[in-house]
Design a protein around this ligand. Structure first.
Ligand SMILES: Cc1cc2nc3c(=O)[nH]c(=O)nc-3n(C[C@H](O)[C@H](O)[C@H](O)COP(=O)(O)OP(=O)(O)OC[C@H]3O[C@@H](n4cnc5c(N)ncnc54)[C@H](O)[C@@H]3O)c2cc1C
Length: 411
């Protein structure tokens, strides 16, 4: 990156690409770009206090992090998810049998790996510091102006940054998305998630357990040692009641809901409430701006989809940009952004629909809906080719497996 000092004293910088937002999507994108020879500016204010949430990184995301030589620093903080158990706890007339998926059926050591966001973000931030073509600018983007051949960003430190392409990784309230004129569709569910981490007496044996209840999923995902993370989706009033309980009473309620499969429990760290909703940008690229992660799509915390989808944005955009540079094209050209849009649209649309249907099928009292859900789970449990198809598609859809998620380089 080039830095000039204009007379006013505020810095005027230049780079090939600005990545706006230093969450996990933005940091991984910036690392990928810098490691592939793009002069990259990562622009975001310093991260707020530690994030106690956890993320289940599916095998395809782990594969991308291996390709980027980031996995060795991240893996020690993760717990593998070798088995996934789905338990119908709806108590309804039609109930599905319990289904257990096993990663060994796909000849994989694990479906994915669960990690605390604080640890994932800290490792990515350390990796960013060591990257010669990556400059971290500790500022907010306050505005951007798109011209014929580039974009000029106004930063909260009073400086400017001129680039050929802006990657909006600035989360659900994305300023980049708004400046690029991209509209969104946004919706709410009548649910709220209580999110916290637990210690427990019994080992989890690398099992994640998802109880399907009439108010939404209650999901325990293994962390390292005898610890697990919990996402408990509830009707909002009940979620607030649970959130207000003292640690001991809440731990007892959780143990009861989990049928004591992990023995006695203790709450560790903070607890958070997330009202459930979704957001989908009507386009993922326009006006020399490309969106990734929650700037492009927000999911309810069901089925470990959000960041895994974000990492597929990262790997795909990287692939499109490296190919465009090889052909000698302008990396911010409309044709290049259109290729990114074509590659991502079907994956984002189908995942959004699948998570929405799964969630609504739990909430529905309609008998035909319960019948279909029960039949689907029954068949998933009994028909091996269908099981394997569902497991593979759950990790990453066949239609959206970018090169870095198939162990290939970008050339
Ligand atoms: C309870 C819960 C559990 C979840 N579990 C999973 C899971 O198991 N698996 C999974 O794949 N996903 C999961 N998700 C989703 C996952 O957490 C998100 O997809 C992910 O954190 C989004 O990362 P991001 O980098 O896109 O955005 P963010 O982490 O929101 O980062 C946005 C960044 O942009 C910066 N920013 C904002 N505005 C500006 C500006 N104007 N200028 C500069 N910077 C700006 C912010 O400071 C921040 O650094 C879960 C979500 C929740 C709520």
């Amino acid at each position: 990156m080039t830095q000039r000092k204009p007379a006013s004293g505020t810095p005027s910088r230049e780079a090939d690409i600005a990545v706006v937002g230093a969450g996990p999507s933005g940091m991984t994108m910036a690392l990928l770009l810098a490691r592939h020879g793009f002069r990259t500016a990562l622009v975001a204010p310093a991260l707020p206090a530690a994030d106690d949430r956890t993320t289940a990184l599916l095998e395809s995301s782990a594969e991308m992090l291996r390709s980027l030589k980031l996995w060795d620093r991240i893996a020690p903080h993760t717990a593998p998810l070798e088995h996934m158990r789905i338990i119908d706890a709806t108590g309804r007339l039609i109930r599905a049998p319990e289904v257990v998926f096993d990663a060994s059926e796909l000849k994989l050591p694990a479906f994915g790996y669960n990690i605390r966001n604080a640890e994932l973000n800290a490792e990515l931030a350390e990796a960013c510091k060591a990257e010669p073509l990556l400059e971290r600018i500790d500022a907010r983007v306050d505005g951007l102006e798109t011209g014929e051949s580039g974009v000029s960003l106004s930063l909260s430190d009073g400086g400017t940054l001129d680039v050929r392409l802006v990657v909006g990784a600035d989360g659900r309230r994305s300023a980049v998305r708004e400046a690029a004129g991209i509209e969104v569709r946004e919706w709410r569910y009548p649910q709220c998630a209580l999110v916290l981490n637990l210690e427990h007496d019994a080992p989890h044996h690398d099992h994640s357990s998802e109880f399907h209840t009439p108010t939404g999923p209650f999901t325990l995902v293994p962390l390292k040692g005898r610890r697990s993370s919990l996402v408990w989706v509830q009707e909002p009033g009940e979620a607030e009641r649970l959130h207000a309980l003292d640690d001991e009473t809440l731990a007892l309620e959780i143990e009861r809901r989990a049928s004591s499969i992990l023995g006695r429990m203790r709450i560790v760290g903070t607890r958070q409430l997330y009202p459930l909703g979704g957001l989908s940008a009507k386009s993922v690229a326009a006006n020399r701006c490309a969106l990734i992660g929650e700037a492009a799509h927000v999911f309810p915390p069901i089925g470990a989809q959000g960041l895994n989808l974000g990492f597929r944005d990262v790997a795909t955009l990287g692939e499109v940009l490296v190919a465009a540079r090889r052909r000698g094209e302008d990396i911010g050209a409309a044709s290049v952004l259109a290729a990114y849009e074509r590659a991502r649209r079907p994956d984002i649309a189908s995942r959004t629909t699948a998570v929405d249907l799964l969630n609504r099928s739990l909430l529905s009292d309609l008998l035909p809906v319960q019948l279909l859900r029960g039949l689907g789970l029954y068949l998933a449990g009994r028909v091996p080719p269908l099981r394997r198809f569902l497991m593979r598609e759950g990790i990453a859809p066949a239609m959206a497996r970018p090169r870095l998620m198939r162990g290939l380089t970008l050339g």
